[in-house]
Ligand binder design. Structure first.
Ligand code: PEP
Ligand code: MG
Length: 572
């Protein structure tokens, strides 16, 4: 089978088909109640261990405050009114553990749900959550993606961005989803975490279930999938794995070198991150900064927006991890495939064209100003920059910028320190903004081209839809022309231009982007050293004609063939 390549790397291993199933609960009589109680106690212990593991992961990757909810969940298992009662009823009624757990818990949940007090009523949800876990453990089912206890290749219909972000790299060899495309956020996160991944593998879940498959081999670079591979196929995959590892080792030679072309232009090779901790990955990958911090991931867990203090800590931590390297923080880019339930965005026919990102922030002014203030506070100590997403009109930029000025004014009155010259830039990811780049360039300090959205809006091809993966292509000549326009317009006004869409880390694109004059490339940290090898072997001046030719081609296949040729010449 074949899917769409999402994150490079080869994996061979046991398959885990991930379906969030609701277990079937039957009522059965039990002869040996002591054995049933022992089984129940084992499931309780397993549930507590799983919850503790999630707690620790959330504490280190998201925050101590968010982790506390799991302490409360673990404590529930000490409740004699619940656990004690279940044990007693298994004994007295001589019925199976999952049935008694279900009936006792449903009764307690109903009781909590009928209470007036809002706080106590909300506890019903906690009990529901731990009951589901407990019942699945009694039945020996896999409970959640974070509870996997041996290395597996996960296959699922879809994974949400936050599910992907919580995957444990030591247990997940790779993942494959039926939905999604190269730039859905789950794919982007897989690249940041350097987990091999394939998306858009339509029909795979049913095929695997139908075949009762146990083993898979997958190549994240090509999208190839082999179910229950035979010895010859296994050999092919392991040979590719060795070649891939060798290629990776070669890139290591670039560590510590500057990102300068043969004819002396220095560019910045940075990383994209979604969590403060990932700034460490950028430093480990020898990145020169962070060109995109997707701050919305801080807003995706929990039931309300993070406080100013909490955001301050997160941005501060990211900046501190970067140890003086620049950090571009993008303000909240909610919507599209990044759903934030408490923002109450109504279901829309076209969520990517809807109420999202800066459009929400300009309406939810307190939310926006809180974020701006947290970023500005960090600017007192570290080189951070502010970037607005999804800017479509000059008016939007002016409004957003005015809020920054308001926050600055208020901070001055409070005698709070911040960098008065902080750079304020915009993402260029909507064609209207690319077309008007010469005007925008007069107002902004920098541009960062978001090819993920720019491609979908230019070609009117949903970035999430695997059926459109042929059309949705950031190497399309139309996208290339827009990129060219944006760079020219910025340079005319003396402004720098970066790119934080996935095209920036696409090795085929890099020579052309260098030739067009791009100043900063922000990508998955694992792509940085490979990009540096291309930069150091490329001569912008000598390649001028070839780069210009790329802009004149008619069809995407021609552009790709031309890019391939240019890359091969560079790599020589
Ligand atoms: C983009 O659209 O290119 C981008 C970098 O933002 P996101 O992928 O988060 O939409
Ligand atoms: Mg975008």
């Amino acid at each position: 089978m074949k899917g769409i390549s999402a994150s490079k790397g080869i994996a061979i291993g046991k398959v885990l088909v991930w379906q969030d199933e609701v277990p079937m609960i039957e009522k059965r009589s039990i002869e040996e109640t002591s054995e049933e109680i022992a089984k129940f106690k084992g499931a309780v212990e397993k549930s507590i261990n799983q919850i503790q593991a999630i707690r620790n992961k959330v504490a280190s990757e998201i925050g101590e405050e968010e982790a506390q909810v799991f302490d409360a969940h673990a404590l529930l298992f000490e409740d004699p009114e619940w656990i004690g009662r279940i044990e007693k009823e298994i004994e007295s009624k001589a019925l199976n553990a999952e049935y008694i757990t279900d009936t006792v818990s449903s009764e307690i949940i109903a009781l909590f749900e009928s209470i007036e007090d809002e706080y106590l009523r909300a506890r019903a949800a906690d009990i529901k959550d731990v009951t589901a876990r407990l019942i699945k453990n009694i039945l020996g089912m896999t409970v959640g993606l974070s509870d996997i206890d041996e290395p597996v290749i996960i296959v699922a219909k879809d994974l949400t961005p936050s599910e992907t972000a919580l995957l444990d790299k030591s247990k997940v060899l790779a993942f494959i989803t039926e939905q999604g495309n190269k730039t859905s956020h789950s794919a982007i996160i897989a690249r940041t975490m350097d987990i091999p991944a394939i998306v858009g593998a339509e029909g795979l879940v049913n095929t695997l279930v139908g075949m009762n498959a146990s083993m898979l081999a997958m190549d994240g670079s090509t999208g190839d999938i082999s179910i229950n591979p035979d010895a010859a196929t296994l050999k092919q995959y392991s040979d590719s794995k060795v070649a891939y590892e060798q290629e990776k080792a070669l890139k290591e030679e670039m560590r510590g070198l500057s990102s300068v072309t043969l004819d002396g232009k220095t560019v910045e090779l940075s990383g994209n991150i979604a969590q403060p901790k990932e700034a460490e990955l950028v430093v480990e990958a020898d990145g020169e900064g962070v060109g995109l911090f997707r701050s919305e991931f801080l807003f995706m867990d929990g039931s309300e927006a993070p406080s100013e203090e909490k955001q301050y800590e997160a941005y501060y931590q990211a900046a501190k991890n970067l140890d003086g390297r620049p950090l571009v923080i993008r303000t909240l880019d909610a919507g599209g495939d990044k759903n934030i339930p408490y923002l109450n965005v109504e279901a829309e026919m076209n969520p990517f064209l809807g109420y999202r990102a800066i459009r929400i922030c300009l309406n939810e002014v307190d939310l926006f100003k809180t974020q701006i203030k947290a970023i500005l506070r960090v600017s007192a100590d570290f080189p951070v920059k502010i970037m607005f997403p999804m800017i479509a009109t000059v008016n939007e930029f002016l409004s957003a910028n005015k809020y920054v000025e308001d926050v600055m004014q208020a901070m001055k009155e409070e005698h709070l320190a911040f960098d008065e010259n902080i750079e304020i830039g915009i993402m260029v990811e909507i064609p209207s903004t690319a077309v008007m780049a010469d005007v925008f360039a007069k107002y902004v300090d920098f541009f960062s081209i978001g090819t993920n959205d720019l491609t979908q809006y230019t070609l009117a091809a949903d970035r999430m839809n695997p059926k459109l993966s042929g059309l949705y292509n950031h190497r399309d000549p139309a996208v290339l022309r827009l990129i060219h326009m944006v760079i020219e317009a910025a340079h005319k006004e003396g402004k720098w231009v970066g790119m934080c869409g996935e095209a920036a880390g696409d090795e085929m694109m890099i020579p052309v982007l260098l030739g067009l004059g791009l100043d900063e490339f922000s990508m998955a940290p694992s792509s940085i050293l490979g990009a540096r090898r291309i930069v150091r072997n490329f001569d912008i001046a000598a390649s001028k004609d070839k780069v210009e030719k790329a802009l004149l081609l008619h069809r995407v296949e021609e552009v790709e063939a031309h890019m391939k040729e240019l890359l091969e010449e560079t790599a020589k």
